[in-house]
Design a protein around this ligand. Sequence first.
Ligand SMILES: [Zn+2]
Length: 220
Amino acid sequence: MSDTRSEAAAGAPMAARSADEEAAAGCSAATQNATSERSVAGQNASMRVAVVQTPSTRADVETAVFDAVSSVCDPEYPDVTIAELGILESVSTADDGSVVRIELVPTMLGCPALDVIRRDVAAAAQSACVGVEARIEVVFVADPVWTPDRIAPSAVDFMAREYSVAVRSALTDATCPICGNAALEHRSDFGPTPCRSVEWCPSCRNPIEVVGRVDIAVSA
Ligand SMILES: [Zn+2]
């Protein structure tokens, strides 16, 4: 992984590079926070606070960071994690352990939520490797390309139920999250966010936001 930085520059969107630099930080900065969290836990046993143990091997670091960043939620869907949305691609460490690299797959390049995700992922990774001397690198990669197929079925159900957002992918066609009608009518490619289009349900007569566009619909 000696060429990590060049890979980051090639794979990430142009605007992401400076933010990469911001996200890159040593874990030592998180040590004080974790220490204070532990003392808070001691004062109030009923408070749920994670006590972080220092990972001792590269595999431990990767596992700890993966677990931590898996629980980061997407800003657009506050109860859905980036792992469930298929945004989290991988966590790896450099051979000498000096770098922890987290690769993310952006749902849509230029999405304003990406900076928030990058920040939250960096913070989660730092909290997971307290005591580990490594630089954390959060990178949005261009390969693989995100598609709605990457959304976990449980998240598809949750997004329909809690956010009234339907998902269309190569695996499933979009159905109205309100009445279940499968015959939605396309209205616009441009929804409230770059990754959502707008459709119309003729059955319950509601506009429906759909993640995934008609041109990537199920190919039967
Ligand atoms: Zn409907």
